[in-house]
Design a protein around this ligand. Structure first.
Ligand SMILES: [Zn+2]
Length: 338
């Protein structure tokens, strides 16, 4: 999430509550999946806070209808130097500082989820590396011998207490196996995952891993699942005028039109208030990207429904890309994140 800080600082002054609200290019439809007692919602998030940014309202609505919710965090957000420096007051964080920061963010997740009506047993932390998922989804996707090593925590495997399958390491096959196991055990009927067009490498990689896990799961497990996608990082959205000023969150201008149908879940006042309180529970993130976080605290949540039109194309950096597309079919330019 590192690149975001400069972005937020750069544009924070450009957004004012008095600005004219632009009308969205795409009018979202109503949220169509029916939410009933038998609904089992699985929210898959790359970092602590994404589940609340994207789906805090949906989580509450499913619970209110008597359904079950489980949240999976692929990473604990332990690879964010600027965040560690601010939170810990250190200029040169050590591996221990990064690990401690991850533990702190996990507790923030439990606090946020409690506000949304979930308990500690309703969340699973997988302990994969923050800022490392994309490399695992590219260089280390099929590598059985080597594992990715986090330059922040110096880990090559999830902490033993967070290994769903004992002995997993920072390798693509292990991420997929753990997600497969969770899908099989929880048996979701509704799945909320990042959209592949999300520009954060950990986010589009999470989408790729979920696709892999679903394609490897038995048809009886996959058939009942309705998949919706949430978006967190796309250009300067939602801090821009097209993101919606005031209460309504609009789809971003410039989002590829064929990549799914926008649907909107309109929140009750209570749901919207609880979502804002859940976002505020992420104190370490409020310290560094508070305006961005609160830009998601609106009266509705947006999702993309339906299968994306294109193969995911997830750029880790200028050289590494996680995709099944042939190089001649690449649509994106490698983002300049540094
Ligand atoms: Zn994230």
């Amino acid at each position: 999430m590192r690149f975001l800080v400069a972005l937020v600082v750069a544009i924070a002054g450009a957004v004012s509550l008095g600005a004219q609200r632009s009308s969205p290019l795409v009018e979202p439809a109503e949220f169509p999946p029916s939410l009933v007692r038998s609904t089992r919602l699985l929210v898959v998030a790359p970092h602590p806070d994404d589940e609340a940014l994207g789906a805090a309202g949906l989580i509450q609505r499913v619970r209110a209808r008597g359904g079950q919710v489980h949240v999976v965090l692929l990473t604990s957000g332990d690879g964010y130097p600027e965040g560690v420096e601010v939170a810990e007051g250190v200029a040169h964080p050590t591996a221990g500082d990064f690990r401690g920061y991850g533990v702190r963010r996990e507790q923030e997740t439990r606090d946020a989820l409690q506000i949304l009506g979930l308990g500690p047993a309703d969340v699973t932390f997988l302990g994969f590396p923050d800022e490392g998922l994309c490399r695992i989804a590219s260089t280390y996707l099929f590598d059985k011998k080597r594992a990715f090593a986090s330059p922040y925590t110096n880990r090559e495997s999830p902490p033993p207490t967070e290994q769903v399958i004992r002995g997993v390491k920072y390798r693509g096959v292990d991420v997929r196996r753990e997600l497969e196991r969770i899908v099989e055990q929880f048996a979701p009927t509704l799945l909320a995952i990042p959209h592949p067009e999300d520009e954060h490498p950990d986010h589009c990689s999470t989408h790729i891993f979920m696709r892999e896990a679903l394609s490897a799961s038995p048809p009886a497990v996959v058939r009942p699942i309705h998949v919706v996608h949430y978006l967190v990082h796309f250009g300067q959205w939602p801090l821009t005028i097209d993101g919606g000023i005031g209460t309504t969150l609009n789809p971003p201008d410039g989002f590829p039109r064929a990549e799914g149908r926008w649907i909107s879940l309109v929140l009750t006042r209570e749901e919207a208030d609880a979502k804002k309180r859940a976002l505020l529970a992420y104190q370490t993130q409020m310290q560094v990207i508070g305006r961005f976080m609160l830009a998601f605290g609106r009266s509705n949540e947006l999702f993309l429904d339906g299968e994306p039109a294109s193969l995911p194309e997830c750029w880790c950096d200028g050289q590494n890309v996680a995709t099944e597309a042939a190089p001649s079919a690449y649509r994106r330019r490698p983002p300049d994140r540094r």
